[in-house]
Design a protein around this ligand. Structure first.
Ligand SMILES: Cc1ncc(COP(=O)(O)O)c(C=O)c1O
Length: 358
């Protein structure tokens, strides 16, 4: 692994860094990062706290995962761990798969992407359009699709000569990409003046990278990790989860022993409500985990009064039109009618999002 100084150098012409005065980007990977930071003044019922959101859907692959995907490959190329003949193999529920498909195609590498039945079909189509080869596991292992995907990755690595597993669940480049770019962009934009950062968690790479940046600078910003009911992260009990990208069925290596200032858990329905409310009140289409993050903020809005809150929204609602934004899917999967959903979306009462102090 290259050291932090080398990586900063590597990144200066790679994901998320300034193009200087040049008016164009040097290829698609140079467009990663510098995503919009947007003030949402209508989502919460209260006029305070001030809510700023980082719209990661503006990355060229459509999600925050473009950042670690590009850095994991750039790091491996720089260290000579991979070359132009390498086959990259990864397990992904969608967004990391797209980020890696994009970066692999750019570098001319073969890419095998292992997905499970929860992956959105549109994501899978995008991975294929970018030249990735998609392998679907249909049976969970020990009740977890994540374990099943990782077992298949191991098998593909064993079978394929000159293969490489970026392993987003253990690769330190994952949090480092966010430490070097995502949180730095936020910090630069608002000058360190914010009280809370809300981040959805799965590998925990985004939340860790942001937390580490803030702690190294002695900031008191509270980092709130938003997890799913049914996720085993942070001591949670396993259960069914329908919103992809949020939570985990097994604790990834990266997440072991990780602590954040606060842990909040949201339900699938909270995610749907947040997505629908962001569309209705702010005209912003956000993805499932982002809806959950927004509802987590809303559940604390009275406690957070007079605070400035930043929330990282990992992807766009355009990838969830058949699920989160589809009334029939909500009724059949979550047992919630359009009328009840509309009431939840419009209500101003506090929501029962459960919380633990990390
Ligand atoms: C939509 C979405 N939200 C949140 C996350 C969680 O990010 P992290 O893996 O950095 O914890 C992911 C990760 O795949 C994701 O795809």
């Amino acid at each position: 692994m290259i050291d932090f100084g080398q990586r900063a150098q590597l990144c200066s012409s790679d994901p998320g860094f300034s193009r200087g005065q040049q008016a164009w980007s040097e290829g698609i990977l140079d467009c990663i990062g510098r995503t919009p930071l947007v003030r949402l003044s209508r989502y919460l019922d209260e006029s305070s706290p001030e809510l700023l959101v980082k719209l990661e859907s503006a990355n060229p692959g459509g999600s925050a995962k473009d950042r670690p995907a590009a850095l994991m490959l750039a790091d491996a190329l720089q260290r000579g761990v991979i070359d132009g003949q390498t086959t990259v193999v990864e397990s992904s529920s969608g967004n990391m798969g797209i980020g890696l498909a994009q970066a692999c195609r750019y570098h001319g590498l073969r890419f095998l992407c292992v997905v499970d039945p929860h992956a959105q079909s549109q994501n899978v189509a995008i991975i294929r359009a970018l030249g990735g080869e998609v392998i679907t596991v249909n049976e969970p292992v020990d009740g977890s699709y994540l374990s099943a995907r990782i077992a298949r990755v191991q098998q593909l690595l064993d079978e394929t000569h000159n293969s490489f597993w970026p392993n987003q669940y253990a690769n330190r480049c994952n949090p480092t990409a966010h430490e070097l770019t995502t949180i730095r962009e936020i910090d630069d934009a608002i000058g360190g003046e914010f009280d809370y950062l809300f981040v959805a968690t799965s590998s925990t790479g985004t939340a860790q990278g942001c937390r580490d940046y803030l702690r190294k600078r002695g900031r008191r910003t509270k980092v709130v990790a938003v997890d799913a009911h049914g996720s085993v992260l942070f001591g949670g009990l396993p259960g069914e989860r329908l919103v992809p990208g949020l939570g985990a069925g097994r604790v990834p290596e990266l997440a072991e022993g990780q602590e954040f200032d606060q842990i909040l858990r949201v339900s699938d329905l909270d995610c749907v409500v947040g997505c629908r409310r962001a569309a209705a009140r702010e005209a912003v289409l956000v993805g499932g985990s982002a809806g959950g993050v927004l509802e987590a903020v809303r559940s604390l809005q009275h406690e957070l009064k007079t605070s400035r809150v930043v929330a990282i929204l990992h992807d766009s609602g355009t990838r969830y039109l058949d699920t989160v934004f589809n009334d029939e899917w909500v009724a059949s999967s979550l047992g919630v009618s359009p009328e009840v959903l509309a009431t939840r979306v419009n209500e101003s009462a506090l929501l029962p999002v459960s919380q633990d102090v990390g």
